[in-house]
Design a protein. Structure first.
Length: 133
């Protein structure tokens, strides 16, 4: 598990609040991404769309690069996939966990799967190079 994810989740996880632990991990990944790219004006889906955009960085809009841009299909695919994966994590996991009242507690194994998804995203952000204008 990536340290950002576990740091965000561990206290709630240990007390059996699995759904809240996943939500806390999602907030931590978002905050660390904001820190890395220096953007507080964007969060979640818009943050990751901007950070993993294939377009060159602009002033005040740095990019995260998972690999060098060689103009090839792999570069485009990797960054498009990172944006889509991040959107899925926030739209499909974080949003329901945070906004739906009365949801039953997540089973531990499902919460662990959700943490693993955020761990993948955290690893990508953490290891990506920062490209600035």
């Amino acid at each position: 598990m990536h340290p950002w994810v576990w740091e965000g989740a561990k206290a709630l996880w240990r007390s059996g609040h699995f759904r809240e632990a996943v939500t806390a991990a999602a907030r931590k990944v978002n905050a660390e991404t904001q820190n890395k790219v220096g953007r507080r004006d964007l969060s979640e889906t818009k943050l990751f769309q901007n950070a993993f955009s294939q377009s060159p960085p602009k002033a005040g809009e740095p990019r995260l690069r998972l690999m060098d841009d060689d103009g090839g299909d792999t570069f485009r695919s990797v960054h498009r996939g990172a944006m889509a994966f991040a959107e899925g994590c926030y739209a499909g996991i974080r949003n329901p966990n945070s906004h739906e009242d009365g949801l039953p507690e997540l089973p531990e194994h499902e919460a662990l799967e959700q943490l693993a998804a955020f761990s993948v995203l955290a690893r990508w952000v953490d290891t990506a190079s920062l490209e600035t204008a």
